[in-house]
Design a binder for this molecule. Sequence first.
Ligand SMILES: Cc1cc2nc3c(=O)[nH]c(=O)nc-3n(C[C@H](O)[C@H](O)[C@H](O)COP(=O)(O)OP(=O)(O)OC[C@H]3O[C@@H](n4cnc5c(N)ncnc54)[C@H](O)[C@@H]3O)c2cc1C
Length: 289
Amino acid sequence: MPVEPPVVSPRDLASAYAALAADDAGSGPARPIAGGTDLMVALTGELGPPPARIVDLWGLDALRGIALEADALVLGALTTYTDIRRSAACREHLPALVEAAATIGAAQIQNRGTIGGNIANASPAGDTLPVMLAADAVFVLGSARGEREVPAAEFWTGYRRTALAADELLLRVRFPLRSRRELRFRKVGTRRAQSISKVVLAVAWRAGTPAVWRDVRIALGSVAATPIRATRTEAVLEGMSPTPEQADRAADALALELSPIDDVRSTAGYRRIVAARLLHRIVREAGGW
Ligand SMILES: Cc1cc2nc3c(=O)[nH]c(=O)nc-3n(C[C@H](O)[C@H](O)[C@H](O)COP(=O)(O)OP(=O)(O)OC[C@H]3O[C@@H](n4cnc5c(N)ncnc54)[C@H](O)[C@@H]3O)c2cc1C
């Protein structure tokens, strides 16, 4: 029978940091829990050693809230998918994140699952992660040593590995707001709901006058060990107009750039073709042809 690890429920951030840093007679590092929709699955021990101690973040109001600042939309780590879907600020400034939130699990998971958990869990299939990469999001991390900022592009360091130290928490996510910035999200799974992604794609660009794309970002999930940017394909679209020829070139470039794996959810070939077609459609829709 699996043994339930002891749970600490800190009332403030300082107590949470202390609980994470405490060396409890060598029992192993403590793990934070937010909504628990990923971590509870790990408690059985069937997916690897379960956490020795748990620090429950749910009562920490410092990690909640959606704030519109002058140059950024800032989401606390405990922001749930339901919070995102209900937020007028998210719908206005980051509709692609609202679309991503709407595809995650069902209502129960959306009420409990948090963006902080999606980010820190570091699954390559985490649906919001390509949106974070394409939006140039910045993660604010905190510990007893202070706070630091890590760009999304530097956060996922390997398969299910992150830049978080064992005693650090993800506090909030800053999405920079830029004028004329466009961001699109697409997810392909086995079915329309309750499905783990086969391919997730987020594409961002700044629309110029005439219709030329600048600052192109193409980010993907479920096609590599971490969420990734397709920088060679970004270069193909940079400074170009969304014409049929550019869409063809970009789709070909993406199919060449990706090296996905075969796994239980999909084959490498399917992922490559689908990612390329999704990108082609986004360019086509932007070009209005
Ligand atoms: C039925 C079901 C369907 C699902 N469907 C989807 C889906 O469609 N798409 C998708 O992307 N995911 C899906 N998930 C996975 C999960 O719901 C999400 O990844 C969710 O965002 C996790 O958030 P959480 O708050 O529940 O994280 P938790 O389970 O509480 O934590 C997850 C990990 O993050 C760490 N952590 C959490 N918060 C912090 C923090 N603030 N600082 C540092 N570390 C932290 C924990 O220690 C743990 O390692 C599904 C899960 C289930 C059970």
